[in-house]
Design a protein around this ligand. Sequence first.
Ligand SMILES: Nc1nc2c(ncn2[C@@H]2O[C@H](COP(=O)(O)OP(=O)(O)OP(=O)(O)O)[C@@H](O)[C@H]2O)c(=O)[nH]1
Ligand SMILES: C[S@@+](CC[C@H](N)C(=O)[O-])C[C@H]1O[C@@H](n2cnc3c(N)ncnc32)[C@H](O)[C@@H]1O
Ligand code: SF4
Ligand code: SF4
Length: 326
Amino acid sequence: MTQTLTDSYNRTIDYLRISVTDRCNLRCSYCVPPTPFAHMNHTDILSYEELIRLVRVGISLGIRKVRLTGGEPFARKGLIGFIRELSALEGLEDLAVTTNGTLIADEMKNLKEAGLTRINISLDSLRPERFAKITGKDLFAEVKRTIEGALKTGLNPVKINTVLLDGINGDELEDFARLTFDHPVHIRFIEYMPIGEGSGPAHSELLAPAITRRLEALGPLTPVHRSAHDGPAQRFKIKGAKGEIGLISPMTNHFCATCNRLRLTADGHLRPCLLSDAKVNLMDAVRGSADDATLATLFRHAAGIKGKRHDLTGHAVHDMMSSIGG
Ligand SMILES: Nc1nc2c(ncn2[C@@H]2O[C@H](COP(=O)(O)OP(=O)(O)OP(=O)(O)O)[C@@H](O)[C@H]2O)c(=O)[nH]1
Ligand SMILES: C[S@@+](CC[C@H](N)C(=O)[O-])C[C@H]1O[C@@H](n2cnc3c(N)ncnc32)[C@H](O)[C@@H]1O
Ligand code: SF4
Ligand code: SF4
């Protein structure tokens, strides 16, 4: 019998975001600190077999959508094989990935064949030199090839995630938005979230109201209705454009009232909210002798302690974005 997982505020939880690794081949200045920092030990990371078991339990409770993230998910060996195994699980309707796109330019067909349904690619600059400055690696051309490959392979819609920061890439807002004129991509502007102890210098973020004003100068914006599997973006189309614009505004217009997700970290913790350090330890149960019913109880507990909305007043989130998975 299909169950439904609900939280204490009657929100249905049907989306699990899995961070498969906290490691990444890039060093985006707004995501990780500039100085060396500790990573999880390999032995402390859930194996693919353990992850499959947990996803099965999640599906039995009502999870229908899984997104793989990281760190950089493709920095973990064997991810495509894991995607193939996940996509074969009965009951899973949407299997997506969020990636920096630097390691998979030649893998689009394989990914589609393995059962990936969608891909979100993060890209913060269209200028190769600036891309290298933000990420620490000269790999803009690889990301471009990945985006082109994803479009050609029909992993639709291809979403591009861009965190806009004044003085870093804020001046590229219009260049990104204009990409939607000729390409069927979704460009999503994300407000910077203050996450992770020591993650870089204070950034001057560009907030949604200012972004919207600048977009309106490019042409009339028509709202696009959200579909069932939509994430947090408010969607728009500029008149005549092939693609869409999305605004993800956790800071100025949060979307917690419709939050439908839990997060599973690579070291086996369920996080009820991205912007809270609360977590439920699944690892001890998985590596102990817990049965599936016990794991299901831990999933329900994580849903049960999910807050009504995020509250960043008076405290910051300690864990890093690259270990939570965004
Ligand atoms: N505050 C907050 N931010 C989120 C949440 N989910 C995603 N984001 C942020 O939105 C940005 C894009 O997230 P993605 O990984 O592409 O996932 P998504 O937006 O759920 O994807 P779709 O299902 O394709 O809409 C990232 O910077 C995330 O950190 C959330 O539940 N809360
Ligand atoms: C943490 S990354 C993990 C997946 C993959 N490495 C990537 O970059 O797509 C997921 C998303 O989080 C976003 N992100 C990272 N730090 C952020 C922050 N402080 N505020 C808002 N978004 C952030 C990134 O831009 C990316 O789109
Ligand atoms: S945003 Fe993604 S690619 Fe950039 S450092 Fe963070 S985890 Fe790596
Ligand atoms: S901040 Fe927390 S409650 Fe709000 S949408 Fe994100 S994960 Fe959900």
